[in-house]
Design a binder for this molecule. Structure first.
Ligand code: C5P
Length: 239
């Protein structure tokens, strides 16, 4: 098995509304983190300008905008994203949305990731939505299989569901896992979190980490520590 470089697999969530702060994190993490997630907090004010600045600095970009709209709108919007040079884009795991997104990306290198269930959703939240007697794991798996059928490149799923998704979809379908918490870190509202080691053991291809790095007294060493843990976990699964 080819050796995995953890730096290729750690994605830092740049969840700040302030461009200057985002730039500061990118600089501070130079040489440590190369993949950045830009979500609705940052994108709302900084838009494509900030995304292009990251790409121009040679960074990889995960645009986490979780598109959910009628098919024509999604197709057209995804086509625009595919021209930016972004690596990952999220859409909701509804069939029409996913099909339109796959059409919109065309033959570009953009990878479409479907959001199955948000990682702060628990069974009680599903009941609130009228999804009775289903646990989050079942809903995630059902939606992941649909994403696979629709031609998406992967899903966002918690580490708790990564292994079953991998089993059901085969190797190249990506599992990108947020809600990752190194031992001792605060949960910050995430309900189905796992440690980096657990996520990797479960088969997660990429780990998304936000607050455990962002709120650390020293974000650079927090990221380095996570990379070390990831490296150990990869060694373990490679043998
Ligand atoms: O700060 P934290 O490590 O919890 O950040 C996780 C990031 O992943 C956030 O940007 C959040 O929006 C995102 N995310 C998630 N669960 C999903 C999809 C995205 O936590 N299912």
């Amino acid at each position: 098995m080819e050796k995995i470089n953890p730096k290729e697999r750690l994605i830092f969530a740049l969840d700040t509304p302030v461009r200057k702060e985002a730039d500061r994190y990118v600089d501070e993490l130079e040489g440590v983190v190369k993949f950045f997630k830009v979500g609705i907090i940052l994108h709302t004010l900084t838009g494509a300008g900030f995304v292009s600045s990251l790409i121009n600095k040679g960074k990889k970009v995960f645009l986490d905008l979780k598109y959910f709209d009628i098919a024509d709108t999604v197709r057209y919007a995804v086509r625009q994203v595919s021209r930016l040079g972004v690596d990952f884009l999220t859409v909701h795991a509804d069939r029409q949305v996913m099909k339109a997104a796959v059409e919109g990306k065309g033959s570009s290198d953009l990878r479409i990731l479907a959001v199955t269930l948000l990682t702060d959703i628990a069974a009680s939240d599903l009941r609130d939505m009228g999804i009775i007697d289903r646990d989050p794991g079942e809903v995630v798996l059902r939606r992941a299989k649909m994403a696979f059928e629709c031609g998406c490149d992967g899903v966002i799923a918690s580490g708790k569901e990564a292994s079953i998704i991998k089993e059901e979809t085969g190797g190249s379908f990506l599992v990108v896992t947020p809600g990752v918490r190194p031992a001792g870190a605060a949960a910050d509202g995430q309900k189905r979190f796992v440690t980096p080691t657990e996520a990797i053991r479960a088969g997660a291809d990429y780990l998304v980490v936000g607050r455990p790095i962002k709120n650390a007294p020293d974000p650079r060493s927090a990221a380095l520590k996570i990379l070390e843990e990831m490296d150990q976990a990869y060694k373990e699964i490679e043998v």
